[in-house]
Each structure stands twice: as structure tokens, then as C-alpha cells.
Design a protein around this ligand. Structure first.
Ligand SMILES: Nc1ncnc2c1ncn2[C@@H]1O[C@H](COP(=O)(O)OP(=O)(O)OP(=O)(O)O)[C@@H](O)[C@H]1O
Ligand SMILES: C[C@@](O)(CCOP(=O)(O)OP(=O)(O)O)CC(=O)O
Length: 404
């Protein structure tokens, strides 16, 4: 008997121009376009196996070995239904194709990093789900077409269908058919961009992105200004910066947009706070690091950005990562020795960190060990990958191999 099964992995993305606000909450249509960098799946990824079988009575999904309910009108069921609809089109065109769209589907997924902790697990998760079903159903769909579906799982997930530098064009159609992700530039265009994720907290956050952004839409006058007068120009400017590999402009826009996103959170009634003292101190350190460079006739060397949580993501050209990691470790001592996957520090390691020449040490105080729990050094990466059968997460029984 044939086994119909496919496994795919998908990356996390972290936005430089933030998506915050929906004009349609069911279809997940945003109030502004956004733009992100896809991070390397060698470090952070979701992996998903999907199997269709006539013996499966219902669709089921396990996340990290634990079964999740697929609610009737929920986001998961919408994505699965949409993928089955596309499969039906394939079957209608070619009657020899097995009728997988009529079978139940079992889906097992795992994240190799904390779930629901502000590390964009919903983005990689829904992108991996859609990619594994597209491989299972042998869909001829392009990544942009698939992004229309992962968008309905979680808005930011549409951008994880591509590697490199990705825009989510907000579109204007009321059915959402033009609200999709496009590639601005592939990873190979500007592979030199690295990212340092400073994990300040991996707890579940207080205000979810979904509910927080709706409250902002309903109450923030500043959001209206942002949507109309700020984001459209920033989108054009950052695309230009990426195409020209102009880090100075890229960094300036990224930091401005993170700041404005947190300003609209503060402008929300009641206000939403995602950053904490540690987050703000990292801003002060990066600001001082850039000041030293600019005052010596140089350019911006790093850009911070924060999503709906206190964790910092610092983007920088690879050559600056050694200094940046040393600075962060100086102010935020680590419990365990930092191991760099790119081996920037050689055999002696980073030690207790270091201040760069000319840097005003007094911009921040040293925090206790554990204030930044973990540092993840990664870089711009590629889009979803279809994986070989050995990587499958489902056993022959049709249940997850790592059933919790
Ligand atoms: N691998 C996965 N497969 C399917 N769904 C997933 C997967 N990983 C996460 N999700 C879904 O995403 C939810 C977490 O999304 P949430 O937005 O709360 O956190 P986050 O994505 O880590 O944070 P943020 O979006 O603010 O960066 C999970 O509860 C689950 O429903
Ligand atoms: C701050 C952000 O990370 C918000 C992400 O919001 P989500 O995509 O998690 O929201 P839903 O569409 O409701 O699932 C900014 C961004 O990724 O652009």
C-alpha cells in the first residue's frame, strides 16, 4: 500500500518593518505592508511531517509531541482546508491522482527552540505546515501562492515562505488575494547579514500579538499616522537599501521602525509594554556602539529590533559580530560559556566580554548573570526545505515518533 507522506522545514523571520494591525481579522489582512529578514534554519526551524491516509478519520496535529486541538473555525483548520482545496484542483485536472483531498491528515511538528516565546514560532510553524502539505499534495503552487495560506495561520508566517529579504505586500482586495509575500532579494544577494538574538525571556508573553494589535487598531491615533504616512515610504527606502547592500540605511530604518512599533503599543489604551529594562539597555549599548563609529567618520554598525516581547534581535554585517557579542557579554554575563557556531572567537572563547575603544562604559550598568539568558548567533538564511523520508516525525503507525 502506498504511503503518502512529506516532511518540510521552515525558517523564522524577524521583521525590520513591523506588521501590527489587521483590517480583516478572519482573513488576516494587515493595515500596512511589512518586511523581514529570514533567519538560517540551521539554527532555528520548525519541522513538520504530514501524512494522508484513507484510514485517518479526522485531521490531527501534534506539536512537540503533544496533540493540539484543531478547532473548527480556527487558523489551523483554515490552513488545512485551503491546502485540501488546492489538492482538489490537482485531482480535478488529473483523474489518475489519488484522492488525497478526501483523506484525513496527520501532522507532527516540532520547533528546535521555545514555542510561543516571542521567537516567531508561529511564523516558522505555519510556514512548515503549509510547505509539508504542499509537498504531500504535490501542488504546483509558487511560494507567493502558498504565502496566501500561511498568512491565514499567522500573518507573519507568510514571510517565512521565502529566504533572504521578504516583503509582505498588504494588498487591497477584500478577499485577500493580493495580500502576499514576495522576495525582495534572495539570501545570496546579501549573505553577510548576521543576527544576534538576545533571549531576555522565553516565557509566554502577557499580551499576544493577535489581541495586542487589535487593541492598537481600535485605540491608537498614532497607528493611523504610521499606516498612512510612515510605512509606505519606509518600505520603499528599505527595499532600496537592501538592493544596494547599504547597511547604514537598512539599520537606521530598522531601528526607527522598531521604535515606532513600540511607540504605537504605548499609544494603545490601555498601553502595552513589551520591552523591559534589559531591552532598553541593549538599545543604549547599540546606540553608543554606533555613536563611536559615526563620530570617527564611520557608519552605523548594528541595528536592534524588538517584536512583541523583550528579546532583542541585533542585525549587523558579519565583521562586527565579534565586537557586538563581546559588548553584550560584558554587560550581560552568561551562566554558560558562549559557544559561537561561526567560531568567531577561536580556542580562547569570548571570556567575560570586552568594551570597544572609545565606548562610554557608563551608558549602562552590568546586569546580574541570567538577565540575558541565552545568545543565539545566526544569519540570513534560505526558504522552506523539503526533507528526505528519514527525517519524518511520524512513525509507521501514523502517530508521532516522540509522542509525549
Ligand atoms: N511548529 C508549529 N506548527 C504549527 N503551529 C505552531 C508551530 N509552532 C507554533 N505554532 C503555533 O503558534 C503559536 C505560538 O504563536 P505566538 O504568536 O503565541 O508565539 P510566537 O510566534 O513564538 O511569538 P511572536 O509571533 O510574537 O514572535 C502556538 O501556540 C501554535 O499554535
Ligand atoms: C510584532 C510582530 O512580530 C507581530 C507578528 O504578529 P503575528 O504574525 O504573530 O500575529 P497574527 O497575525 O495575529 O498571528 C511584527 C512582525 O512580525 O511583523
Amino acid at each position: 500500500m502506498s504511503v503518502y507522506q512529506a516532511t518540510a522545514s521552515a525558517p523564522v523571520n524577524i521583521a525590520c518593518i513591523k506588521y501590527w494591525g489587521k483590517r480583516d481579522t478572519k482573513l488576516i489582512l494587515p493595515t500596512n505592508s511589512s518586511l523581514s529578514v529570514t533567519l538560517d534554519q540551521d539554527h532555528l526551524r520548525s519541522t513538520t511531517t504530514s501524512r494522508a491516509d484513507p484510514s485517518f478519520k479526522t485531521d490531527r496535529l501534534w506539536l512537540n509531541g503533544k496533540e493540539e486541538e484543531i478547532k473548527d473555525v480556527g487558523r489551523l483548520s483554515t490552513c488545512i482546508k485551503e491546502m485540501k482545496r488546492l489538492r482538489r484542483e490537482v485531482e480535478d485536472k488529473n483523474p489518475n491522482e489519488p484522492k488525497l483531498s478526501t483523506y484525513g491528515v496527520h501532522i507532527a511538528s516540532k520547533n528546535n527552540f521555545p514555542t510561543a516565546a516571542g521567537l516567531a514560532s508561529s511564523a516558522s510553524g505555519f510556514a512548515a505546515l503549509v510547505s509539508s502539505l504542499a509537498a504531500l499534495y504535490k501542488l504546483p503552487a509558487t511560494p507567493s501562492e502558498l504565502s496566501l495560506i500561511s498568512r491565514q495561520g499567522s500573518g507573519s508566517a507568510c514571510r517565512s515562505l521565502f529566504g533572504g529579504y521578504v516583503a509582505w505586500e498588504m494588498g487591497s482586495a477584500s478577499d485577500g488575494s493580493d495580500s502576499l509575500a514576495i522576495e525582495v532579494a534572495p539570501q545570496s544577494h546579501w549573505p553577510d547579514i548576521h543576527a544576534l538574538i538576545c533571549v531576555v525571556s522565553d516565557d509566554k508573553k502577557g499580551t499576544s500579538s493577535t489581541s495586542g494589535m487589535q487593541r492598537t487598531v481600535e485605540t491608537s491615533p498614532l497607528l493611523q499616522h504610521r499606516i498612512k504616512h510612515v510605512v509606505p515610504e519606509r518600505m520603499e527606502a528599505i527595499k532600496k537599501a537592501i538592493l544596494a547592500r547599504d547597511f547604514d540605511s537598512f539599520a537606521r530604518i530598522t531601528m526607527q521602525d522598531s521604535n515606532q512599533f513600540h511607540a504605537v503599543c504605548l499609544d494603545t489604551d490601555p498601553p502595552i509594554f513589551y520591552m523591559n529594562d534589559v531591552s532598553r539597555t541593549i538599545i543604549a549599548i547599540i546606540t553608543e556602539y554606533n555613536r563611536v563609529s559615526v563620530e570617527n567618520g564611520g557608519k552605523l554598525k548594528a541595528a536592534y529590533t524588538y517584536d512583541a516581547g523583550p528579546n532583542a534581535v541585533i542585525y549587523a554585517p558579519k565583521e562586527n559580530l565579534k565586537e557586538i557579542i563581546s559588548l553584550i557579554i560584558k554587560y550581560f554575563p552568561q551562566a554558560d560559556a558562549f559557544k559561537d557556531p561561526f567560531n568567531l572567537f577561536g580556542a580562547q572563547g569570548v571570556g567575560s566580554g570586552a568594551i570597544v575603544p572609545g565606548f562610554n562604559e557608563a551608558v549602562a550598568k552590568q546586569f546580574p548573570v541570567g538577565s540575558v539568558k541565552n545568545l543565539i548567533h545566526t544569519r540570513v538564511g534560505d526558504g522552506p526545505r523539503v526533507l528526505p523520508a528519514e527525517e519524518a516525525l511520524l512513525a509507521s503507525s501514523g502517530l508521532p515518533k516522540d509522542l509525549a
